[in-house]
Design a protein around this ligand. Structure first.
Ligand SMILES: *[C@@H]1O[C@H](CO)[C@@H](O)[C@H](O)[C@H]1NC(C)=O
Ligand SMILES: *[C@@H]1O[C@H](CO)[C@@H](O)[C@H](O)[C@H]1NC(C)=O
Ligand SMILES: *[C@@H]1O[C@H](CO)[C@@H](O)[C@H](O)[C@H]1NC(C)=O
Ligand SMILES: *[C@@H]1O[C@H](CO)[C@@H](O)[C@H](O)[C@H]1NC(C)=O
Ligand SMILES: *[C@@H]1O[C@H](CO)[C@@H](O)[C@H](O)[C@H]1NC(C)=O
Ligand SMILES: *[C@@H]1O[C@H](CO)[C@@H](O)[C@H](O)[C@H]1NC(C)=O
Length: 382
């Protein structure tokens, strides 16, 4: 097999090399838990070594999304519950109208608001296996990320960050799928990291006890060694676990009870961060663009900064990130260039290393990122 590959590489050069690279396999340590049937709490039993396979190559979607049919009656596949999390009960003024928009469109849903204190009590009671990692995260944002997966696993429903605005009822999509991931605007992963398809955790919806949520929770310990928020608990963590789930469950249809649907950005986050406009224009005026950038610039030419359409359920208010001071600082400062924990847990790091390679640190847009980090006064150890 190896010889065959080498011969073909010799003949077909780079094109075939890309094909060989398509799937990456890494070992990762994952907790296997047991559940106390009286209390429902999840405890660690043993650490198992598991292959984690991800597809490195994902082709770009069409420039125009096509209309998707949703059932307008019938039962919900996801609990009619909305979960939101904040530090305490004092929701900042800027966010209140967004919270109201969600409640208005979902009047017959249960609304569960979680403060950091409630979140800690919940993790203590229900996820003793995650607790030591949870309390040791350096950033509050990591705790906010981690607990949303545990909440969705346990209760099911919709999770939305406070800067998500609701534009119409979610009912049709909650009738169709059992687990829904939002996707960040294509520009974000392409512009910063040179890849397609970044799952976002600012909006997620999943039925309770969905195996994908379980896997997200079980992988929190392994990924906790990544120093930054995005890789340890955030969107890049979700993306890699999702891609692994797809590889491990080739026969599960995304509409199945155990399926996961990665929705197009147009559904939940159609608007681009307006602060990127100038840099996009500068990029797209260059003559030498690589594959993904060409695609991005064509998309930009056709759709500009995007914005809600008749496909859109919610939007994400990126400008508000600036107002979120400490939160936004964590978002903006985290990068793929961070140090990778301590040497004695190198094995656990392997999957993280793969992720970082995959996120291609040699993107020509690196300079933009560096400038941004500098202007944000990011601490050097992010
Ligand atoms: C489950 O939890 C209950 C209440 O804390 C405890 O009494 C019981 O021993 C636990 N069972 C197992 C198998 O750990
Ligand atoms: C809990 O219940 C499941 C299925 O009902 C069973 O397989 C498992 O052994 C039980 N766990 C304990 C700790 O009793
Ligand atoms: C549900 O909607 C479909 C079409 O969307 C329709 O054919 C069917 O009759 C409806 N069922 C009920 C019970 O309203
Ligand atoms: C997934 O299920 C839907 C609805 O049952 C069906 O239309 C579609 O063809 C299935 N897709 C695959 C890849 O099996
Ligand atoms: C949105 O509107 C376009 C026409 O402007 C139409 O072709 C498309 O089917 C609509 N999509 C939905 C989901 O209603
Ligand atoms: C990483 O980016 C560089 C520069 O854009 C490109 O030449 C290279 O092929 C990319 N590597 C991978 C593995 O995609």
């Amino acid at each position: 097999m190896l010889v065959w590959c080498l011969v073909l590489i010799a003949y077909h050069g780079i094109l075939l090399f890309a094909t060989v690279l398509q799937q990456q396999v890494e070992k990762v340590f994952v907790y296997k838990s047991y559940t106390n049937n009286t209390t429902g709490a999840h405890f660690p039993r043993e650490e198992i070594e598991k292959d984690i396979k991800i597809n490195l190559q994902v082709e770009p979607p069409p420039y125009e999304i096509s209309a998707e049919a949703f059932p307008n009656n019938g039962s919900f596949r996801i609990e009619k519950t909305i979960h939101q999390i904040w530090i305490d009960k004092n929701i900042p003024e800027d966010f209140r109208k967004y919270v109201l928009s969600l409640k208005e469109h979902h009047r017959n849903f249960v609304y569960m608001f979680w403060t950091d204190k409630m979140a800690l009590q919940f993790v203590e009671a229900m996820f003793p296996m995650i607790l030591p990692f949870y309390v040791n995260y350096r950033h509050n944002l990591q705790r906010a990320d981690a607990v949303r997966y545990m909440i969705l696993y346990e209760y099911g429903g919709v999770y939305a960050d406070l800067d998500i605005v609701s534009l119409r009822p979610l009912d049709p999509i909650l009738r169709k799928y059992s687990c829904i991931l939002s996707q960040e605007p294509h520009i974000h992963p392409i512009f910063y990291n040179n890849f397609y398809g970044l799952a976002c955790n600012a909006f997620m919806a999943c039925r309770s006890h969905h195996p994908f949520m379980k896997i997200l929770v079980d992988n929190l310990p392994s990924f906790s060694v990544a120093a930054g928020v995005l890789d340890s608990t955030g969107p890049r963590f979700v993306t890699i676990v999702y891609r692994n789930y797809i590889v491990d469950h080739p026969h599960v249809n995304k509409t199945d009870a155990d399926g996961v649907y990665l929705a197009p950005p147009e559904y939940f986050m159609p608007s681009l961060d307006p602060t990127l406009q100038n840099e996009l224009e500068a990029l797209c005026s260059k003559t030498e663009l690589i594959h993904l950038q060409k695609w991005l610039c064509e998309k930009f030419k056709r759709h500009g900064l995007g914005g809600p359409t008749n496909y859109t359920f919610t939007d994400h208010n990126f400008p508000l990130n600036k107002a979120k001071s400490s939160l936004s600082n964590s978002y903006r400062c985290n990068s793929v260039f961070q140090e990778i924990g301590t040497p004695n847990s190198i094995k656990r790091h392997k999957v993280i290393l793969t992720l970082i390679q995959y996120m291609n640190t040699s993107s020509p847009l690196l300079e933009v990122r560096k400038r941004q980090r500098k202007s944000d006064n990011c601490p050097s150890d992010y």
